[in-house]
Every structure is written in C-alpha cells, then in structure tokens.
Design a protein around this ligand. Structure first.
Ligand code: ADP
Length: 387
C-alpha cells in the first residue's frame, strides 16, 4: 500500500469546514505542523484560546477526515490554543516573577512584545525536570520513587509525564482510565500514592504510534500544564523524554524549570550524551540539582555478595568533574524492577528497605535544593508570558 503524502493530508483537511468562520480549516490557517511518517500522521489544529473546548468536534472531524485516506495507519491531531502574534514565531518570555531566583534570566529568549496569558502553573512552587542522556537508564522509575518518597515526607507533589513518545508513568503509578473534566476545559489530574499525575498516556491509546514535532510537543505539554487542575503543589516533577533532542531543548527553554536532575547508569555517565544533557540545561540557565547513579551496583539477594558490574562510582566522578552535585546511588535490584513495572513503587511497598531509604535521601536533598532555589515560602511563582 502506498504511503500517504502531506499533500493528500492537506487536501483531506481542506474538506473540513470550521462552522465558526465558514472556511475550511486549511484555508482558515488553522492547521500547522503536519508530519507524515510511514502512514502515521500528526498535525496541530490552532484554535482561539477562548473557544478551545468547543472546538473538540472540529478536531475530531479533522482526524476522521485524514483517517479515511488510504495508507493512513494512525492520526494524532493536537488542539492548540496558543496566541500567536502576527508574523512572529511562537515563543515565551519569562516575566520577572518566574520560578527561578531573583536575577535568573534565561538565555536566548525574546522579551519584547509580550502578551500575557494565564500562568502555566500558578499554584506550583517548584518544577524539577528528571532527565537522562538516553533511554532505559531508569529515569521514570527514579522519578516515580522520588515522587512517592516526597509524598511520604508530606510534600504536595505532582508528576508530569513529559515523555510523550513512550509514557510509562501511568503504569508505574498503577493508574489507568481517563482524567475527568472540571468545567469546560480543565482536566482533573489522576492520583495515586499521594501523587497527582498527568500523562499523554491517559489521553491516547497505548498502541497509538506517536509522532511529534518540536512545536507539537510543546503544545501538548502546555496543555498538560495549563489545562490541568494541579491545585497547590510544592513540587511538580517533570519526567522528560530521554535524550537531548529539539523537544527536550524546547522544554528546557520554555518550561519554567526550577532545576534539573540527570539520571544515569555508571557505564553511561562518562559518555558524551550525559555531558550533553548537563550542558543543555546549563545553556538555558536551568540549575543542575545533581546526578543520580541508577543501577549503580548489584547485591546478590542469595549470598549478599556485591558486584560493581557497571564501574560503580562513575556518576559521582563525572558529577564532580563537571562541577555538579552527586545526589545518590540506587543499586540494580530485582525488587526495584518488579515493583516499578507492576505499579507498586518500592518506596510505597517496601518502605523499610535500604532502597526506599536511598530514594528518600535523594528526595530530601531535592526538596532542600528546590526550596533554596525558589527562596522558601515567599518565593515568586512561575509566570510565562506568550508573545
Ligand atoms: P527510562 O525512563 O530511563 O527509559 P525506566 O524507568 O522505564 O527507564 O526503566 C527501564 C527498565 O529498567 C524498567 O523495566 C525498570 O523497572 C528497570 N529499572 C529501573 N531502575 C532499576 C533498578 N535500579 N534496578 C532494577 N531495574 C531497574
């Protein structure tokens, strides 16, 4: 079967009429970011921010129109309600009251011509990114266990699964189903183990092929921040997609992060991609809170013998060399894997284990760093201004 082309997608969308303007969605300039890869199609439907929810039928109609094309395997239409100044690329400028400490300015961001929109996360005191140079190092497992450890310390914590390519947080927190709507356009986050959670995994079927371009990533993420009733949170952990591609850089630039944590296994830490991860945040002036060494060593559950299978200590050395803090180490352990993969984080199900204690130690260190970065109770709140 011949693969569908971008022109065919646009032609199909040109048959969809926007009832408000009477124009088709292509002629009306509502479609952007069309990507077609191996029969998987993605695009954004730009709508007036004041009528976002009312446009859901139009979004659905666009998806249906494209689904009918021969050669289409999946369609993902993301609705975006960003205001866009005419003739300018989209971007954000941080106002003086964003989540960073006083005088903390992001590089490379335009400040002029700002048009203020509602704050992305008005009730969230600090946002911490959990990142890794590559996939499979245990970043999501670490994020979930840190979150549960924070909740156990009475911290009001949320976990935003920014890994839109492979969302695993719902499974790790044993959450399924769809978030409820509160009012017209706001979603109530899902919750378990005292953690509020939002993930693209709640909104699309698990087997849907995801293809996203940089701008669509940001639109989806902004919706998961702005259009979700997070309420008052001390910490929102953002589990980023692995790696340091455009999507991650965009997030690092545009989400008002208080700090970032890099998770690595010891054998990868010396690799260029970890250093690149640290550099990425430093370039956009996001403080590196530190490095966690995951799968640090192995203790045989039968005989207690400890084996440093992956050059234990590599992360500590590299953190030291790069001038960033070392936050702690977590061993390679079967219980960590089985509890994580079955939605029963070890911090919750085996709180007396040494592993749970290690996660609590890392979580406590992060809480201290976050509150120092935002200046304690009277800290400024994040503010994002669109231009
Ligand atoms: P990432 O988010 O970096 O892609 P995941 O958190 O999804 O990685 O972990 C990948 C796999 O490794 C999962 O099966 C997880 O249970 C397992 N895992 C993560 N950390 C550990 C650990 N410390 N010991 C044993 N298995 C682990």
């Amino acid at each position: 079967m011949a693969s569908v082309t971008k022109d065919q997608v646009l032609a199909a969308l040109a048959d969809v009429l926007d009832p408000d303007s009477g124009q088709n969605v292509v002629a009306g300039g509502l479609i952007s970011g069309v990507v077609v890869r191996d029969g998987n199609v993605g695009f954004a439907l730009e709508v007036d921010p004041d009528h976002g929810a009312a446009k859901e039928p139009l979004r659905k109609a666009c998806e249906t129109a494209v689904e009918r094309l021969s050669g289409v395997l999946s369609v993902t239409a993301v609705m975006t309600a960003e205001r866009q100044a005419s003739g300018q690329a989209q971007g954000h400028a941080h106002g003086p009251g964003h989540a960073h400490g006083p005088g903390h300015a992001r590089g490379g961001q335009a400040q002029a011509g700002a048009q203020q929109t509602p704050q992305l996360l008005p009730g969230v005191k600090s946002l911490i990114a959990i990142a890794s140079g590559k996939g499979g190092v245990g970043k999501s497992t670490t994020a979930v266990n840190i979150a549960t450890a924070m909740a156990a310390q009475n911290v009001r914590v949320g976990l935003l699964d920014c890994d839109i390519y492979g969302p695993s947080i719902p499974r790790m927190l044993n959450l399924s189903g769809q978030p409820e709507m509160v009012g017209e356009r706001t979603l109530r986050p899902m919750a378990n183990y005292g953690i509020k959670c939002m993930s693209i995994g709640f909104l699309v079927a698990e087997d849907t092929a995801m293809i996203w371009r940089g701008p669509m990533v940001m639109q989806a993420l902004e919706q998961m921040m702005r259009d979700v009733d997070w309420g008052e949170l001390d910490v929102l952990l953002c589990d980023l997609p692995p790696g340091t591609g455009d999507a991650q850089l965009t997030m690092a630039q545009r989400v008002p992060l208080t700090g970032a944590v890099i998770v690595s296994t010891p054998q990868d830490i010396a690799l260029l991609d970890v250093t690149r991860g640290i550099n990425m945040f430093q370039q956009v002036n996001v403080p590196i809170f530190g490095v966690v060494e995951n799968m640090s060593y192995y203790v045989c559950p039968q005989c207690g013998h400890r084996a440093d299978i992956f050059h234990h200590g590599g992360a500590r050395e590299t953190a030291h060399r790069l001038g960033v803090d070392f936050l702690g180490e977590i061993p390679l352990d079967l219980d960590i894997r089985t509890t994580s993969d079955s939605g029963r984080p070890i911090v919750v199900t085996q709180p007396g284990s040494p592993h749970a204690a290690s996660y609590r130690h890392i979580a406590a260190g992060l809480i201290d760093k976050a509150s120092a970065a935002v200046g304690g109770a009277g800290r400024p709140q994040p503010r994002i201004v669109m231009m």
